[in-house]
Design a protein around this ligand. Structure first.
Ligand SMILES: C[S@@+](CC[C@H](N)C(=O)[O-])C[C@H]1O[C@@H](n2cnc3c(N)ncnc32)[C@H](O)[C@@H]1O
Length: 201
């Protein structure tokens, strides 16, 4: 069911972390995987030719439930009646930890170096804008894997930051840093992938 990606220079992967993320008190927690995040981000990934969408959760009940939902849409009459949905969900997979994501990618693409990118709603030092990231990728000599990590809850917990190679800047509306800044992760994923991969102006 998986269709081949367009011939991009780098392979891009999307990761949605459900742990380690923070709650409203700043504590590190594991959040629940939502059906909306599963379906909507899978479809966005399919639209932008992303082959792998990993939902990371250490909660075994959630892993089993979400794997069952993915299988439900990928197989049998559901796949026949909803082929576009099956095609989108065929790139979604639940894994227990970010280490598992890295191990899986190493197994699939042993020759490709991995760069972990984390978009953040806050302005941080040394963040790249989306156009800067595009230009940098274009000029890199070697192909690699670009792993775009998104958060749930109140965002990615600080203990994950040591995994990050590159921070990507905030997505702002027309009022810039002074405007409303509370996008859902689904909307953020779509805007970020569009800024990184759209061929349209
Ligand atoms: C903090 S979580 C919120 C999850 C929440 N439960 C929801 O409504 O979807 C949103 C995630 O989307 C991304 N995000 C949200 N707004 C963003 C922005 N303005 N710029 C860059 N990334 C953003 C970040 O990865 C962030 O961790």
């Amino acid at each position: 069911m998986k269709t081949p990606s367009t011939d991009k220079k780098h392979k891009t992967v999307v990761v949605l972390l459900h742990h380690p993320v923070t709650n409203r008190k700043g504590e590190t927690v594991a959040t629940s995987i939502t059906n909306m995040d599963l379906h909507d981000i899978s479809r966005t990934c399919r639209t932008y030719e992303i082959d792998h969408y990993y939902l990371v959760s250490p909660v075994v009940d959630h892993q089993e439930l979400v794997s069952k939902i993915i299988d439900h849409w990928k197989k049998g009459s559901q796949a026949e009646w909803h082929p576009d949905r099956a095609e989108a969900l065929s790139r979604a997979k639940v894994l227990s930890s970010f280490q598992d994501v890295k191990d899986e990618l190493k197994g699939l693409y042993p020759d490709l170096a991995l760069e972990v990118l984390m978009p953040d709603a806050r302005p941080l030092p040394n963040q790249l804008s989306y156009s800067e990231a595009r230009e940098k990728w274009e000029n890199e000599e070697k192909s690699g894997i670009k792993v775009v990590v998104l958060g749930t809850g109140w965002g990615v917990a600080p203990e994950f930051y040591s995994e990050v190679h590159t921070y990507l800047g905030p997505v702002y509306g027309p009022l810039g840093a002074n405007g409303y800044n509370h996008l859902s992760v689904r909307a953020a994923a779509a805007i970020i992938l569009d800024r990184l991969f759209s061929s349209q102006k």
